[in-house]
Design a protein around this ligand. Structure first.
Ligand code: NAD
Length: 446
């Protein structure tokens, strides 16, 4: 099928590359020229395992990029809208979605064949039917249902394993205004045999995405609350607690050898310094805001956010347990991306931790295996923050080391620190290291 995608970010580019890989003809549209130029040369603008090799195989063949949105829409049968939907402080910001819908609608004026427009962006329930569809109808002058269909296909990929997730979907959710629309969307996903397909309305598809993210955020904040209480009571290690919780038959599956294997969901039942990224925080906040305006108090999800927002400051609280004064300390913060295997720093807990440390008069050395260049754009440049170019450099001469992201590279920290005189305190915000290999160790949930 001929597919156009408006928005060539994490979701749009991965979707475009993977759909080209499985045999569709894809044109990715963006208004960021630099991004388009890089992709056109087969270079991925984001760090994502396996993405660049697909670009190099497909670019100029079944995958193309352009800033000419009308041409891309006219020369395709289906258009995905995959633009950003940030949180504006009060509610979801739909300005990019509105603009993209208007532009696609205007392009459809010149189209003489049936076309399907599919929302891929995460939007609060009701947006596709009440905002996108009227914008398309008005700008195109075409009739909904007869001349174009409108669908909603939420994306469940996880940054860090986005290509793998897209190529092996756990489910495909196809919302649509009618069977014809959903039928065309099903053709897009026909190559992904075996994945369960949910056919539903646009509004339900939108809620499926929010419910999927909100349950994960809830599990993380639940684990953090148990860890915080364990730490306050003393004499309890939250890691031991959670590992035993994971053994429950609700979280394990019998394997052939008669043993039990732990379900992947337990990775969200670990305490840490908070969740970040471009999705969980903004999506939970957007759902809470929508609930509030609909008259639902959203008590649980509000609590999920408030636990999360205080989690980075707990790292500073742990340092205070060991040093009478923070002013003048030198602290290394390891891991700037919001999770390992990605270069995405959006809403990363590391940013809050660094701001708190600097506010307390601490000199910070930050290090991440991947995002160091981009970090300089997000973090305040110059003293009291230095971006180190290696792990060894980052921990040189510091009083404390804070682990904010569980990159595998940090597993060698015990070996790097062993035998050092004046070993720094290691504050493990992800409880990723074995504490018995480290002279001075503390962390969340201890
Ligand atoms: N990042 C994720 O892991 C993830 C996962 C699932 C769903 N989502 C959702 O997918 C959507 C996109 O997220 P993202 O992370 O890919 O965003 P992003 O910010 O990385 O990319 C959005 C892109 O859209 C482009 N754009 C905006 N308006 C445009 C227009 N009118 N014409 C052409 N290009 C335009 C921007 O230049 C940018 O490149 C969001 O709603 C997000 O919540 C994201």
């Amino acid at each position: 099928m001929r597919i156009s995608i408006v928005g060539t970010g994490y979701v749009g580019l991965v979707t475009g590359a993977c759909l080209a890989e499985v045999g569709h003809d894809v044109t990715c549209v963006d208004n960021d020229r630099l991004k388009l130029e890089a992709i056109g040369r087969g270079r991925s603008p984001i760090f994502e395992e396996g993405l660049e090799s697909i670009l190099q195989r497909r670019i100029g063949g079944r995958l193309n990029v352009t800033d000419d949105l009308p041409a891309a829409v006219l020369e395709s049968d289906l258009t995905f809208i995959a633009v950003g939907t940030p949180f504006d402080g009060e509610q979801i910001d739909l300005s990019y979605v509105r603009q993209a819908a208007k532009q696609v609608g205007r392009a459809l004026r010149a189209k003489n064949a049936y076309h399907v427009v599919v929302m891929k962006s995460t939007v609060v329930p009701g947006t596709t039917d009440d905002v996108v569809t009227p914008a398309l109808a008005e700008a195109s002058g075409r009739s909904v249902g007869n001349e174009f269909g409108v669908g909603m296909n939420p994306e469940f990929l996880t940054e860090g394993s986005a290509v793998e997730d897209f190529m092996n979907p756990d489910r495909i959710v196809l919302g649509g205004i009618d069977d014809r629309t959903i039928g065309v969307m099903a053709e897009v996903y026909a190559p992904f045999e075996g994945a369960p397909v949910v056919r539903t309305t646009n509004k339900t598809a939108e809620m499926i995405k929010y419910a999927s993210n909100a349950v994960l955020a809830t599990m993380i904040s639940f684990s953090n609350e148990i860890a915080n209480l364990s730490s306050t009571l003393g004499g309890i290690d939250a890691v031991e607690v959670m590992n035993a919780v994971h053994l429950s038959r609700y979280f394990t599956m019998p394997t052939e050898g008669g043993k039990r294997s732990t379900a992947p969901i337990t990775s969200f039942l670990h305490a840490g310094c908070g969740f970040g990224g471009s999705c969980l925080p903004k999506d939970v906040k957007a759902l809470v805001a929508q609930g509030r305006s609909a008259g639902e108090p959203m008590t649980l999800l509000k609590g999920v956010m408030s636990v999360n927002e205080t989690q980075p400051a707990r790292m500073i609280g742990i340092i205070r347990r060991h040093f009478p004064r923070l002013k003048g300390l030198r602290v290394s913060v390891l891991g700037l991306a919001f999770k390992p295997d990605t270069d995405d720093m959006r809403e990363s807990p590391a940013i809050s931790i660094i701001s708190e440390l600097i506010g307390a008069g601490v000199s910070v050395t930050a290090y991440d295996p991947v995002v160091n260049g981009a970090a300089e754009k997000v973090l305040p440049a110059g003293p009291p923050i230095t971006i180190a170019s290696s792990l060894e450099q980052a921990i040189e001469g510091v009083d404390a080391v804070v682990i904010a992201t569980s990159w595998r590279e940090f597993e060698c920290l015990p070996a790097l620190l062993s035998g050092r005189s004046n070993a720094p305190l290691v504050v493990d915000g992800r409880r990723t290291l074995r504490m018995d290999g480290i002279e001075r160790y503390d962390g969340i949930g201890l």
